[in-house]
Design a binder for this molecule. Sequence first.
Ligand code: 13P
Length: 253
Amino acid sequence: MRKKVIAGNWKMNNDISGSAELISGIINNIDFSRVNSDVIVCPPFTSLETASELVKNTPIKVGAQNMFFEDKGAFTGEISAAMLLSAGCDYVILGHSERRAIFNESNEWINKKIHKALSSGLKPIFCVGETLEERESGVMKDVLKKQITEGLTGVTSNQMEEVIVAYEPVWAIGTGKTASPEQAEEVHKFIRDLITKMYNKDVADNLVIQYGGSVKPNNAAELLSQPNIDGALIGGAALKADSFIDIIYSAEL
Ligand code: 13P
């Protein structure tokens, strides 16, 4: 049985004190005895250290939202894997559609980042997803296949144990339009079948595939009860302790 993984991607929200307040709100109100999933918070870089300190005696883990693939040097504005580790991160989100669309990140770059994360001991949350235009023009599966095969080039079966895939249809992100449980399940099944072909059934069966895109307390339970949906990557609803906790509890239903 795969363990569910619920992660909050805070995006560019919350300064250090706002981050501390949100994490305290989660820790002080959640009943961990009700939670079997892994829970991750991904605040902005400036709040990572504070977040790591605050979650230290709890089951919550911390992830970053991006990193660069070089170790150090003249890369103004970039952050290395070692820096994230020193700030207490266990996870890093890579290939988010906002990185792809706004910051022109290619599959090749994302692949280099995945390799750097894995060789450094960070677990990548590898995001893939199609735009509405790609879905409507019938190329959705080709796009996803390209993102996944190019993103995971050279990643071994053993390394796949550390990888989480997040399916985030771009048209569902921040729009309030969630993929229906059937639509999401169809794609998650497609991704798992693709991983079976690329690796083997064992790797595919153990892979956690999260859904992301307007996950809210009122739709999380149905999405998370689909056989191939193993968790959620949550944007807006992760910015309030009560809605984040509600979604975490939904994974247990
Ligand atoms: P929303 O939940 O705000 O749609 O964001 C989803 C997302 O992009 C998480 O990475």
